[in-house]
Ligand binder design. Structure first.
Ligand SMILES: O=C(O)CCC(=O)C(=O)O
Ligand SMILES: [Fe+2]
Length: 351
């Protein structure tokens, strides 16, 4: 164990099995169908993927492929800086955007470093998770200052912002397809995102001397509505398959983006769709980069099962909760090892 700090060590039942396995992967959906007349076919493919897997990959998604390449170069340029430089844009408990090197998932440290920024700058979130506290905090981005001229680092901010704008368009397109797949009008969910708190993250997973003991990101579910992830060709993302709970690798697929349904859609859909657990396995040879965009509603949205989807036979499975408060409570545990399990939507479940 020697080389790895105890804080990174997963308990035995959560460690990765590093044998390569060939099993049925998550669905791959071609979004170009939406330009044809057969939108219904696409809508049902999306609905089935959300229902059966909670995860799928998309191709012909509209995000320019050269931008998909550039964002990986930008991520590498950012993390290749000396750590003192990265710490100049360090995130903390007050300013949650920027660089962070010791994130915890379920109270175990992740083998990764991250850089976070908001798509809408500034964005607004509650100052604390306490229900009595109605103070709202303004969050804004931090960017590397005065990068050396002619360095790749000069491109980081611009590439990140351009990429984020393109992925935001895809996010709305997917929300519309998901609404249709639930039998709702295409724009049914849009109103929840007027002052969205959507965040983009650059993830760097360095090679790890003990990949059988630590994880890049421990098992978790995403709190938002949707997550759209770009990954390089290294692999490591795994999804807990709903049918048998086996961890299934998400195979890096050229030009594809990985999509997953988060907790908010699980609640809106009254569990027609489920936010599934996933994690990232690391390896001892190659570093990995991934770039998730987390679609978060406006902080004041009360998340609850959509009225059109509940009835006497299918009563609401969740009590309403405030998205901002939920998000802030969840994030607080990123910084340190807490003694208690962090907040989950199951805390609002009506039994
Ligand atoms: O690195 C990845 O592929 C996914 C990371 C992830 O699940 C997350 O940051 O929530
Ligand atoms: Fe995730």
């Amino acid at each position: 164990m020697g080389e790895v700090d105890q804080a990174f060590i997963q308990s035995i039942e959560h460690r990765a099995n590093l044998d390569t396995i060939e099993i049925e992967g998550i669905p791959l959906i071609d979004l170009s169908l939406s330009h044809t007349t057969d939108i219904n076919l696409l809508v049902s493919e999306i609905g089935n993927a959300c229902k059966n897997w909670g995860f799928f990959q998309v191709i012909n998604h509209g995000v320019p492929l050269e931008l998909l390449e550039k964002i990986k170069v930008a991520a590498k340029a950012f993390f290749d800086q000396p750590v003192e430089e990265k710490r100049k844009v360090k995130r903390d408990e007050v300013n949650a955007m920027g660089y962070h090197e010791s994130e915890h998932t379920k109270n175990v440290r992740d083998w990764k470093e991250v850089f976070d920024f908001l798509i809408k700058d500034p964005s607004f979130l509650p100052a604390s998770p306490e229900t009595e506290d109605d103070e709202i905090r303004t969050l804004s981005n931090q960017w590397p200052e005065t990068p050396p001229r002619f360095s790749l680092l000069m491109l980081v901010r611009e590439v990140c912002q351009t990429y984020a704008r393109e992925v935001e368009k895809l996010g709305y397109k997917l929300l519309e397809l998901i609404s249709l797949s639930l039998g709702l009008p295409s724009n049914r969910l849009n109103g929840y995102f007027e002052d969205h708190t959507t965040m983009m993250r650059l993830n760097h997973y360095p090679p790890c001397p003990c990949p059988e003991l630590a994880l890049g990101v421990g098992r978790h579910k995403d709190a938002g509505a949707l997550t759209i992830v770009a990954q390089d060709d290294v692999g490591g993302l795994q999804v807990r398959r709903k049918s048998d709970e086996v961890w299934v690798p998400v195979k890096p697929t050229p030009n594809a983006l990985v999509i997953n349904v988060g907790d908010t859609i699980q609640v809106w859909s009254n569990e027609a769709y489920e936010s599934v657990e996933h994690r990232v396995v690391v390896n001892s040879e190659r570093e990995r980069f991934s770039i998730p965009v987390f679609f978060f509603p406006s902080h004041y949205v009360m998340v609850k099962p959509l009225e059109e989807l509940v009835n006497e036979g299918n009563p609401p499975k969740y009590k309403p909760y405030n998205f901002g408060k939920f998000f802030v409570a969840r994030n607080r545990s990123d910084y340190k090892k807490l003694e208690v399990q962090n907040i989950q939507i199951s805390d609002f479940k009506i039994i």
